[in-house]
Design a protein around this ligand. Structure first.
Ligand SMILES: Cc1cc2nc3c(=O)[nH]c(=O)nc-3n(C[C@H](O)[C@H](O)[C@H](O)COP(=O)(O)OP(=O)(O)OC[C@H]3O[C@@H](n4cnc5c(N)ncnc54)[C@H](O)[C@@H]3O)c2cc1C
Ligand code: SF4
Length: 596
């Protein structure tokens, strides 16, 4: 079936003599949402994106079978993806400038199918960082990481927003679930989300479109968990299954490539920022997009101390340029946003813009990963296979710890992402034998395995931080980030519990345990970096107010995961977009009233 989608709109001419209503830095989930909301309010917006615009459909080739690719999807020789050992044994920067490899990527480039992301992930040689071990995954292209994200789209609840009230640790957010609920609803409706209602207070339901179906092994697990008071729910995917009003996107046809990791969706049923947000914003006539524009400083008016624009480098020509605006909206992703704020030093803001509290870069948090379980559903061995591939994900087991109970040893909770059934590549190639018998064995076992891995909340701590390393610069001469980030006792105890409960759930379902992973992966593995410019009511201990607006500089907003007060254990992208929508509504209102 050929699906005909509307090509991207023609970009508007960039005019750097104009003072825009707003400049948005970064075009991922957060920046795309800011561009969408602000332009829909009639504001003239300039969107600066460090990466280039790629022909993403040609890049992703979602319908390409492994045998249609000369290297079965692998990248050309000379490309190297960092391994777990490299992350753990060595210290960053992980890729020396004189490395023998032509290009070095983060570990995501090491997943099968790397040819489909080789132009999306950053080259670590050009983009170094220093400090403690950290697996930092970045995508510098129009749309950022949303081009290849895993699409698990979850809401937070008051267990997260009011976590301090619940267990005494850290800070509450300056908002409640009721403040953000209408914006979650808007994101659901505008972008489309598939899933199944469960009525859980700690994982509120979305306005779901048709859910994909769980397969036999997943249903077996779901049935076993119900008496334990736990749930295995179909993967809540930021994917439109019934369609949305957007000529750049198609609904999901379940065509298979979602099972190929890494890789996105070339008909854009899975949300990505360019087709979901940026192209429709361009169609309003209010958005000017400039790609290849690496922001390195938020400029300020010397008299007022307010932001008045952004200084950036043309990523291709390396020419330094400036753009002017009434408001600056930072959305470069959590860590890049912290870098930009800290780099923006002036006599008015000697510690970096918006940093009178000395909290920018601090309270950096994310999700720990590693513990999980793999099992075999024996009755599925040798069974006829259905069309089990071609869906955006398997299942999700929401948090069940420290809700009504109180666990000894650790605070907060974790959830599991998992899947069973037959994928594009058989998951049993280590079966014994050779020749015809081996092929039969592989076919018989393919589809009988099921696995799940945990995502746990890393507590926010002031001492977990990033700062500027003045001694190391990236390929554009901009000082890089230095990590000072470690897991603590809470994370280690939580990880132990994750391995125990993962095993116990599979056992309860009568699934034969093949392996249990207990080790923590390198910090950063979840690609869910959060915090660094947290929201709060007190300007002494927080960077932003409840509208992601700087306490110090009222025409400066930071609308990505930087603002999160804690990481919770749910994947963050849907929350990032709901918050950005709410803040940009507020921004437009305040600008209209002359308050910025
Ligand atoms: C493989 C993978 C799987 C994932 N799975 C999930 C999942 O299942 N669920 C989930 O919720 N999340 C998932 N994520 C995370 C998700 O992609 C991010 O939460 C989301 O993209 C964050 O949006 P953002 O706008 O903050 O950052 P990004 O999407 O990274 O966008 C930031 C943009 O800013 C640009 N930029 C950076 N610095 C500058 C600068 N100085 N000047 C100009 N532009 C700049 C970048 O080039 C980039 O385009 C996954 C990510 C990956 C890579
Ligand atoms: S399964 Fe659906 S969302 Fe995934 S690649 Fe195919 S069409 Fe896109």
């Amino acid at each position: 079936m050929t699906i005909v989608l509307t090509p991207p709109p023609e970009p508007k001419e960039v005019d750097l003599t104009e003072t825009y209503d707003a400049i948005v830095v970064g075009s991922g989930a957060a920046g795309g949402m800011a561009a969408h909301v602000l332009t829909s309010h009639g504001l003239k917006v300039l969107l600066l994106e460090a990466g280039k615009k790629i022909n993403v459909e040609a890049e992703l080739r979602s319908m390409q079978w492994p045998y249609d690719h000369p290297r079965r999807g692998d990248a050309p020789p000379g490309w190297h993806a960092l391994s777990l050992n490299e992350y753990n044994i060595r210290k960053p920067p992980y890729a020396a400038k004189n490395s023998a490899y032509k290009h070095v990527w983060s570990y995501v480039g090491g997943w099968g199918g790397s040819d489909y992301v080789k132009d999306i992930l950053v080259d670590e040689k050009e983009n170094p960082y220093t400090g403690t071990n950290y697996a930092w995954v970045r995508a510098r292209v129009l749309g950022g990481k949303t081009n290849i994200w895993g699409r698990l789209a979850l809401r937070l609840s008051d267990y997260d927003f009011k976590a301090k009230t619940h267990d005494g640790y850290g800070e509450d957010w300056p908002i409640s679930y009721s403040d953000i609920e209408p914006y979650y609803d808007r994101v659901d409706t505008y972008l489309g989300i598939s899933g199944h209602k469960e009525g859980l207070p700690h994982l509120p339901d979305s306005l779901f479109q048709r859910s994909h179906r769980m397969n036999e092994s997943e249903i077996k697990l779901r049935k076993a968990l119900l008496p334990m008071g736990r749930v295995a729910t179909p993967y809540r995917a930021g994917v439109t299954t019934d369609g949305v009003k957007n000529k750049y996107r198609s609904k999901c046809y379940g065509r298979g490539a979602c099972g190929r990791r890494p890789g996105g969706c070339d008909i854009h049923a899975a949300f990505d920022s360019p087709t979901g947000l940026i192209y429709p914003a361009m169609d309003t006539g209010n958005l000017t997009l400039r790609t290849n524009s690496t922001a390195y400083e938020i400029t300020v008016d010397k008299k007022t101390g307010k932001a008045n624009g952004v200084a950036f480098i043309d990523s291709q020509t390396h020419k330094a340029l400036e753009a002017k605006a009434k408001v600056v909206v930072v959305a470069a992703s959590t860590l890049e946003s912290a870098r930009l704020l800290l780099l923006s030093k002036s006599s008015q803001h000697p510690n970096g813009i918006g940093n009178s509290s000395n909290h920018v870069g601090h309270n950096f948090c994310e999700h720990l990963m590693g513990p999980g379980v793999t099992g075999l559903v024996k009755e599925l061995v040798g069974k006829e296979h259905g069309n089990e591939d071609g869906r955006p994900g398997g299942f999700y087991v929401p948090r069940f710890r420290n809700l009504k109970d109180k666990q000894p040893g650790f605070l907060r909770g974790y959830g599991f992402e998992g899947g069973g059934g037959k994928g594009i590549f058989p998951d049993s190639t280590d079966r014994p034998g050779f020749g015809k018998g081996y092929k039969k064995e592989v076919r018989d076992y393919a589809g009988a395995f099921i696995n799940m891995g945990g995502f746990g909340e890393v507590l926010p701590r002031y001492e977990n931080a990033v700062s500027i390393d003045p001694n190391v610069k990236d390929a554009w001469g901009i000082p890089v980030l230095k990590f000072d980030y470690n897991f603590g006792d809470n994370e280690k105890k939580m990880a132990e519990d994750m391995a125990v409960t993962a095993k116990e759930m599979f056992e309860a379902a009568g699934i034969e345990i093949i392996g249990v992973d207990r080790e923590l992966l390198t910090p950063g593995w979840s690609i869910h970096e959060l915090g660094t410019s947290r929201m709060g009511n007190d300007p002494k201990t927080s960077v932003l107010n409840q509208f992601q607006q700087s306490h110090d500089v009222k025409n400066l907003f930071v609308v990505d995961g930087s603002s999160h007060v804690n990481a919770s254990c749910q994947n963050p992208t849907w929350t990032i977009m709901a918050l950005a929508w709410r803040s940009c509504d507020h921004l437009a209102d305040e600008l209209r009233k002359g308050n910025l």
